[in-house]
Design a protein around this ligand. Structure first.
Ligand SMILES: Cc1cc2nc3c(=O)[nH]c(=O)nc-3n(C[C@H](O)[C@H](O)[C@H](O)COP(=O)(O)OP(=O)(O)OC[C@H]3O[C@@H](n4cnc5c(N)ncnc54)[C@H](O)[C@@H]3O)c2cc1C
Ligand code: FES
Length: 279
């Protein structure tokens, strides 16, 4: 049946089916979508509306192939996202979306590229649908390398899944933390340190990075230094959002609106602008 066009400013109201704490300040909310959410592409985001608090842009972090459950992973940092940490099964959220550009999976499949994902902290959330898709359509893609960094071992996201992914054929997972604690015997440092711990052919690799902007700037620089073309590097940017459909100008970033031209950009198109808060 053809999908009915929806007003992008009108939220749909969905119930929380499951709320799972990921870390001390991060929760994953699974929303029941009996009417089946519109299809989304990995990297796109929704605007989540909490009564009495307001609206925030949150990436979709669940499997694109499962449209009956809409999944978001949220870090409680402020007036909208902090109260979302307290939501329990049965709570109601407004959802608008999906919005924005997506990670280049069609290009990756067409070129049978290896994929190198670099995720800092909550930046693993918008990359998780890429991982689900690559594992579901394993033969369409080359190797999958997942590099994830966090402040401490307790801040690493999706720890059970990371352990499962690393046992999948053709998948490499490497983790690093800013500060080791609690018996951590893994690496301590910054995420670009992990590039020295994995082998990849720069000519056959598409890289995707999401995390703090300074992290993405260093990832970009280091990937280019190792021979990955800037046209093969993709970054996901964040700015304050209001309308999410290119009307209000809140998310303007030089000639771009992050809500509709982004959040995923090819690095060569935006690298000189990184680090500038308002343009
Ligand atoms: C396209 C896009 C996708 C996003 N995806 C996700 C996601 O999947 N999960 C998620 O948790 N967040 C995501 N964000 C970030 C999220 O939208 C913001 O954290 C949220 O809008 C903060 O709203 P608030 O009202 O709770 O905080 P505010 O009350 O606006 O901010 C409170 C304080 O937190 C600081 N702050 C705001 N945002 C951040 C941040 N991202 N990190 C650290 N400090 C911050 C502010 O500077 C301020 O000091 C995404 C943002 C964009 C643009
Ligand atoms: S949020 Fe309004 S133009 Fe992007």
């Amino acid at each position: 049946m053809p999908e009915v066009a929806r007003d992008p400013m009108m939220p749909r109201f969905l119930r929380v089916r499951r709320a799972a704490a990921e870390t001390r300040d991060t929760v994953t909310l699974e929303l029941d979508d009996a009417a089946a959410a519109p299809a989304f592409a990995p990297g796109q985001f929704n605007m989540l509306y909490l009564f009495g608090a307001g609206e925030a842009a949150i990436s979709i972090s669940g499997p694109p192939a499962n449209r009956a459950t809409l999944v978001h992973t949220i870090r409680g940092v402020g007036s909208v996202t902090a109260p979302m940490m307290q939501l329990k099964r049965g709570a109601v959220l407004g959802v608008r979306g999906p919005f924005g550009s997506s990670w280049p999976l069609p290009e990756a499949a067409a070129g049978a590229y290896d994929l190198l994902l670099m995720a800092g902290g909550i930046g693993l959330a918008p990359l998780r649908p890429v991982i689900y898709e690559v594992l579901r359509r394993r033969r369409d893609f080359g190797r999958l390398i997942i590099l994830h960094g966090a402040r401490t071992p307790a801040d690493l996201l999706y720890r059970n899944e990371l352990a499962q992914w690393r046992t999948s054929p053709g998948v490499t997972v490497k983790l690093i933390v800013d500060r080791g604690a609690g018996g951590w015997s893994g690496r301590v440092g910054v995420i670009t340190d992990l590039l020295g711990a994995v082998e990849f052919d720069p000519a056959e690799t598409l890289a995707m990075a999401c995390g703090p902007e300074v992290m993405m700037r260093f990832c970009c620089r280091e990937l280019v230094r190792r021979g990955v073309a800037a046209e093969h590097i993709y970054l996901s940017l964040e700015r304050n959002m209001k309308c999410a459909v290119g009307f209000c100008g809140h998310c303007q970033f030089s000639p771009f609106f992050i809500c509709k031209d982004g959040p995923v950009f090819r690095a060569d198109r935006i690298e000189p602008l990184l680090g500038i808060r308002e343009l």
